[in-house]
Design a protein around this ligand. Structure first.
Ligand SMILES: Cc1cc2nc3c(=O)[nH]c(=O)nc-3n(C[C@H](O)[C@H](O)[C@H](O)COP(=O)(O)O)c2cc1C
Length: 280
């Protein structure tokens, strides 16, 4: 079986899960390729749709919704001449209701058939001091949470290779619960897109935030001052990976006593996401 997985990951959790799913499928004698949608280009997407038997889609849930780049990616998929089997997985901290089913809204055709879906529980990546949600930056605890997902990943891989459908996050009740989070999140999303700014007195002008932003929201103005462009998708990469914590949320910087922000499992490197492509 030939499988290609496209994923989006702001801070590494979905990258980690995507790689483990790819490995689990490869162990079951599938030929698997994996790429971040930040590196995808339309001809490559068409080629993969032609060549693969099954396609995987992975993303983190934001308020039971998909990150904007994943919505855009799904909407831009070509309408295939024949049915394409998909599996959809999402990563979340606590709860999304219908985090996977939410993808259906953005698929451009019923020719895309979601035959498998799974929710994976990963550490919280929201560590802005203004909200004070609990998070960890302890590599052991992060690795433990990741390892706890392996049985779920193995079951998903078994279902995919055996061809028997399995769904999590689908149905009326998950949709109802998901919409309780998604509706307000969508309503307020545009008002949140300007909430992250740069404390110019702390910023060292290293340019990392600008390089790793998935949507080119952070561009250099004069004197290499980083200027947000109002396109933020709330992925938290800039806030979490800034080496001097110069990114501030609603005017409040990261409180140093909380430790460094969340930077994903293993050695996730956000600089790689724009060229990430892997064969298993
Ligand atoms: C804007 C935003 C909204 C989020 N909303 C939810 C949510 O509704 N439910 C949940 O369990 N986790 C939520 N999270 C946590 C992430 O989904 C979770 O940590 C995810 O694994 C991060 O994946 P990534 O590292 O690949 O970006 C949210 C995170 C962000 C940044």
């Amino acid at each position: 079986m030939r499988i290609h997985i496209w994923y989006f990951s702001g801070t590494g959790n979905t990258w980690y899960i995507s790689n483990h799913i790819a490995r689990a499928l490869a162990l079951r004698e599938s030929r698997v390729t994996l790429s971040s949608i930040e590196s995808a280009d339309p001809p490559q997407v068409e080629q993969m749709l032609d060549e693969c038997d099954v396609i995987g889609i992975g993303y983190p849930v934001y308020g039971s919704d998909l990150p904007s780049p994943m919505k855009q990616f799904l909407r831009s998929l070509p309408v295939p001449p024949h049915p394409v089997d998909l599996f959809v997985f999402c990563t979340q901290w606590l709860f999304s209701g219908d985090g996977t089913q939410a993808a259906l809204e953005f698929l451009p055709s019923r020719q895309y058939r979601v035959r498998w879906s799974e929710h994976l529980f990963m550490p919280n990546n929201v560590c802005v001091s203004a909200l004070r949600l609990p998070y960890t930056n302890d590599p052991k605890r992060i690795a433990r949470r990741g390892a706890q997902q392996i049985p779920r990943i193995s079951r998903l891989a078994d279902h995919i290779v055996s061809g028997s459908s399995s769904h999590r996050g689908f149905g009326i009740l998950p949709a109802l619960l998901g919409s309780l989070q998604r509706s307000p999140f969508r309503r307020f999303f545009s008002s949140l897109q300007n909430d992250f700014t740069i404390d110019q007195s702390v910023c060292t002008r290293c340019g990392l935030c600008s390089k790793i932003c998935p949507v080119e929201n952070l561009t250099f103005g004069h004197d290499k001052i980083v200027v947000p462009q109002g396109r933020c998708i709330l992925c938290l990469r800039c806030y979490n990976f800034c080496p001097v914590q110069a990114v501030v949320y609603r005017g409040r910087g990261h409180i140093s006593s909380r430790g460094i922000p969340y930077r994903g499992p293993d050695d996730f490197n956000p600089r790689e996401e724009k060229k990430r492509w892997h064969k298993y």
